[in-house]
Write a protein that binds this ligand. Structure first.
Ligand code: CA
Length: 470
């Protein structure tokens, strides 16, 4: 509890004036609510949770991972003030399935959300989206009294039944599809920018708008615990940035890299604005802030870098699934911590639920793990003995230093301790390891279901091929 912040959640706060103002029953309800809230992990108010998700940002493109040409002082400060995960993974190397996993704390393959949904408005099919039977992280946090908001790119289904306001979020500002122009809000090829369900019109740079909306959300809900999910579409294509950001990178000759740098810099500014607002409101010790990218950088399409990792977006190599991943909770997580055991985006839901006193949904397997006991040293060992990935015909598993990948019907094995760049396939030399990991994958897969839809771009390609054949 920050010194100057009034401890608003104590039973003694229900005063004689409360009784007079709202009556005995109302005051009793208030007392109950405050006592309930007082059970929060910090002993005072329940901690807020902010999840900041970059889109298609490379593993190597933050200062704290060694990036030299794009300063990211604010993202770096999350790692410096808290913990950086050197083996931080996402559950799929492309946008939409990763989000489905994060939203539920479950491997998205459990419910068929294995492939990208494609974007709105052309993808309004009723069966394409995060299944409504699934409970989202926002649903979970709401059960513990949190106000919930999402600002940015949704990409979990364009049909109205998948709208964020139907998936546990009290507030939504952003767009439903998988990508968006940063300048043109008025072209029908992009889904509209919405506040709630109302279309908003402006000509501002989209990342600047998301930055401002995030700060305003925090200001608006500062009095009570909130959960803010901020999925930027930057630095996903189209590559667009205004002069004020491009001017910071006049020394980068490559035009795409320069634009990418400008887009990342705009996100970093937003992170800085959020952290400054938390400090101003004296909420920094009451807020868990998580930063990660939704998948690895796609290299040539946006100018990102995943060095020294192999592969990128869409790939089961480390460059596709290992991402910048850091979190801070001032006063609770030791500043400057480094955590080297594998963690995954699925862990965010159980971690947020635990610190917020919320219960994850019953009757279904949650694959994520509450990370706090591991960071505080209360639990030894690894949060996950083994991690799995499946996307169409591509598979991967990681156990210890071993990484097994199936690509184009070939199984490959890499030792990440000696070969982080996954250059030397050692499957032939380690048949027992291959057999063990294949067996584990087969067992895991028996719990998964088939993809509920095929990737929209593949369907289009097939349609084009068929029409040509005719
Ligand atoms: Ca992405």
């Amino acid at each position: 509890m920050p010194d100057s912040r009034k401890p608003s959640i104590v039973a003694g706060d229900v005063t004689r004036r409360d009784f007079l103002a709202i009556g005995g029953a109302g005051a009793l309800a208030l007392l109950t609510r405050r006592l309930y809230a007082a059970e929060g992990a910090a002993g005072g108010r329940k901690p807020n949770v902010i999840v900041i998700l970059a889109d298609d940002m490379g593993y190597a493109d933050v200062g704290y991972q060694g990036c030299k040409d794009i300063p990211t002082p604010h993202i770096d400060s999350i790692a410096a003030n808290g913990v950086k995960f050197t083996n931080g993974y996402v559950s799929c190397p492309v946008c939409s399935p990763m989000r489905a996993g994060f939203m539920t704390g479950r491997y998205q393959n459990r419910f068929g959300h294995e492939l990208n949904t494609g974007g709105a408005p052309h993808c309004l099919q009723e069966h394409i989206g995060l299944p409504t039977e699934e409970t989202t992280i926002a649903d979970v946090m709401k059960t513990a009294g949190y106000t919930t908001g999402v600002i940015g790119k949704w990409h979990l289904g364009a049909h109205p039944k998948y709208h964020p306001l139907k998936r546990g979020f009290d507030e939504f500002f952003g767009f439903i599809s998988g990508s968006h122009s940063y300048f043109r809000w008025d072209q029908p090829k992009w889904s509209p920018i919405q506040r709630g369900r109302e279309t908003v019109k402006t000509k501002e740079y989209l990342t600047d708008v998301f930055n401002r909306e995030a700060v305003e959300f925090i200001d608006r809900h500062k009095a009570k615990p909130f959960f803010l999910y901020l999925p930027y579409n930057a630095p996903h294509t189209p590559m667009q940035a205004p002069k004020k950001y491009l001017d910071r990178f006049g020394d980068i000759a490559d035009k795409k890299r320069r634009t990418y740098a400008a887009m990342v810099s705009a996100v970093d500014d937003g992170v800085g604005m959020i952290l400054a607002k938390l400090k101003e409101l004296k909420l920094d010790k009451d807020t868990l802030v998580i930063f990660l990218s939704d998948n690895g950088g796609p290299h040539s399409s946006n100018g990102s870098s995943n060095k020294p990792l192999n592969g990128g977006k869409s790939s089961m190599f480390e460059g596709g699934v290992r991402v910048p991943f850091a979190m801070q909770w001032s006063g609770t997580i030791k500043a400057g911590s480094v955590y080297n055991e594998p963690v995954i985006s699925l862990d965010i839901l159980p971690t947020a639920a635990a610190i917020g006193g919320a219960k994850p949904p019953k009757g279904r397997k949650i694959d994520g793990v509450n990370l706090m006991p591991y960071l505080g040293g209360k639990k030894a060992g690894r949060p996950h003995e083994i991690l799995f990935w499946r996307r169409a015909k591509d598979y991967a598993a990681r156990k210890g230093d071993w990484k097994l990948i199936k690509k184009k019907d070939t199984w490959r094995l890499y030792n990440l301790a000696t070969d982080l760049g996954e250059k030397k396939d050692v499957a032939a030399q380690n048949p027992k390891v291959v057999a063990e990991l294949k067996g584990a994958l087969t067992k895991w897969e028996s719990e998964m279901v088939d993809p509920k839809w095929i990737a929209v771009y593949k369907k289009k390609r097939r349609q084009r091929k068929n029409s040509k054949a005719k």
